[in-house]
Write a protein that binds this ligand. Structure first.
Ligand code: ADE
Ligand code: ZN
Length: 352
C-alpha cells in the first residue's frame, strides 16, 4: 500500500469525474432541508428548527435526535420511492457509479418494513433504468431494537426481499444503548446463511471494544466508522491481517465532535497501519457533504494523488456486497477512466 506524499491533490473537478463507489451513506440523509420543510407542511407538523439551522449539530446524540424527527415525516411508500430515486440522481451528479445505502426501518415509524423496502428498491430500479447511479440497499437494525424484530426482517429478506438488497447493517448510539452486538449474534449468522453481506456501525460511539464485539459476535465483513480502532494496536493488526474494511466518514466524525478537524482524523494512520479503508460521506444533505468533497479533503490533508483516490475506490469495490461480476465491471470502469478503454495502458496492480 502506498500513499504518495507531497502529491499535488487532484482537485474537486478530477475527483467528481472519477467513477466512485460509496459503502457508508444513509438514504434518509439524502433529503434537502427544503424537501423536509415541504414534507412537514404536508403533514401539518411544525419545523423542529428553522430550515437554515436544521442541519447544525455538535454531537452524535443531537444529530440522531434531529434525524429521527425528520424521518417521522417520511410517511408513504410514494415518498420512499421518490427519495430512493432522488438519491440515485444525486449520486450520479457526484460521479458515483455504485453505492450501497443504509435504510433504517425503525426510523420510518409510519410504514411497515416490507412495503418500505420494496418501495426503496423500486426507486433505485427506476432511477438506474433512467441512467442514474446503480444503488443497492442495506437495511439497518437500530441497536435498541429486539433480536426477534431483526430476525423477522432477515427471514423476510431471505425469502422475498428485493434483489437490490445486498446486506444487513446495525446502527445507533452505542454510548446510549450500551453493549448490544451479542444480542444480534444469531441474526447475523442467519443473514450470512441467506447470502447477505454483514456490516455494523462500531468504533464511533463505542471504543475499540465495540469493534471487537462486532467482529467476535457478528462476524462482520466490514465495519462502519471503526475509527477508534486506532486506539488498539492488536485490533489494528487483526483488521489488517484479516482484510476487514473500515468504511470511514471523515467529516461526519468532525461534525459529531469526535475530532477537531480533518487533519486530526485517524484516516491516514489507519491506512498506514495496513487496514483497508474506504472514504464515505455517511450523510449527504443532512450534513451537507458529498463523497467528492470527502475525497478532496482527504487528498489535501494526506497529500493524495488521483492514484490514491483510485486505490481507495478499488478497496470499496473489493469490500462491496455486489458480487464478483459487478465488482469486475466496476474495476474495469476505473481502468477505463485511468487508462482509456483501448486497453493499451498498464492494467491495475491492485494499488492504483
Ligand atoms: N444512524 C444514522 N447515522 C448514524 C451514525 N453516524 N452513527 C450511528 N448510527 C447512525
Ligand atoms: Zn453511518
Amino acid at each position: 500500500m502506498s500513499i504518495s506524499t507531497a502529491a499535488t491533490p487532484p482537485g474537486i473537478g478530477a475527483i467528481r469525474s472519477f467513477p466512485k463507489v460509496e459503502l457508508h451513506v444513509h438514504l434518509e440523509d439524502c433529503l434537502t432541508s427544503e424537501r423536509i420543510e415541504e414534507l412537514a407542511a404536508e403533514a401539518g407538523v411544525p419545523m423542529l428548527r428553522p430550515a437554515d439551522s436544521l442541519f447544525v449539530y455538535s454531537s452524535l446524540a443531537e444529530f440522531l435526535e434531529v434525524f429521527e424527527w425528520w424521518c417521522d415525516l417520511l410517511r408513504t411508500t410514494r415518498i420512499a420511492e421518490q427519495l430512493a430515486y432522488d438519491a440515485a440522481v444525486q449520486a450520479r451528479h457526484d460521479g458515483i457509479v455504485y453505492a450501497e445505502l443504509f435504510c433504517g426501518p425503525r426510523y420510518w415509524t409510519r410504514l411497515r418494513r416490507e412495503p418500505l423496502i420494496e418501495a426503496l428498491a423500486a426507486g433505485f430500479e427506476r432511477a438506474h433504468g433512467d441512467g442514474h447511479a446503480d444503488l443497492a440497499l442495506v437495511p439497518s437494525i437500530s441497536r435498541e431494537q429486539s433480536a426477534e424484530w431483526a430476525m423477522g426482517l432477515v427471514e423476510w429478506l431471505g425469502a422475498s426481499g428485493p434483489a437490490r438488497v445486498v446486506g444487513l447493517g446495525l446502527d445507533g448510539n452505542e454510548a446510549m444503548t450500551g453493549r448490544t452486538s451479542p444480542k444480534f449474534t444469531e441474526v447475523y449468522a442467519r443473514a450470512n446463511e441467506l447470502g447477505l453481506g454483514r456490516t455494523a456501525h462500531a468504533g464511533e460511539s463505542s471504543g475499540p471494544e465495540g469493534v471487537w464485539d462486532a467482529l467476535e459476535h457478528l462476524h462482520v465483513d466490514r465495519v462502519d466508522h471503526g475509527v477508534r480502532s486506532i486506539e488498539d494496536a492488536a485490533l489494528l493488526e487483526h483488521l489488517a491481517t484479516n482484510g476487514i474494511t473500515l468504511n470511514v466518514t471523515p467529516s461526519s466524525n468532525v461534525i459529531t465532535g469526535m475530532y477537531p478537524d480533518i487533519d486530526h482524523h485517524p484516516v491516514g494512520p489507519l491506512i498506514e497501519a495496513g487496514v483497508p479503508v474506504t472514504i464515505n460521506s455517511d450523510a449527504t444533505k443532512g450534513m451537507n457533504l458529498t463523497l467528492s468533497g470527502e475525497f478532496d479533503k482527504v487528498s489535501r490533508s494526506l497529500g493524495w494523488s488521483l492514484a490514491d483516490v483510485a486505490a481507495a475506490t478499488r478497496r470499496a469495490i473489493d469490500a462491496a456486497f455486489c458480487g464478483q461480476e459487478k465488482a469486475a465491471s466496476l474495476h474495469r470502469q476505473v481502468d477505463d477512466h485511468l487508462y482509456g478503454s483501448e486497453g493499451n495502458s498498464p492494467r491495475r496492480d491492485g494499488n492504483s
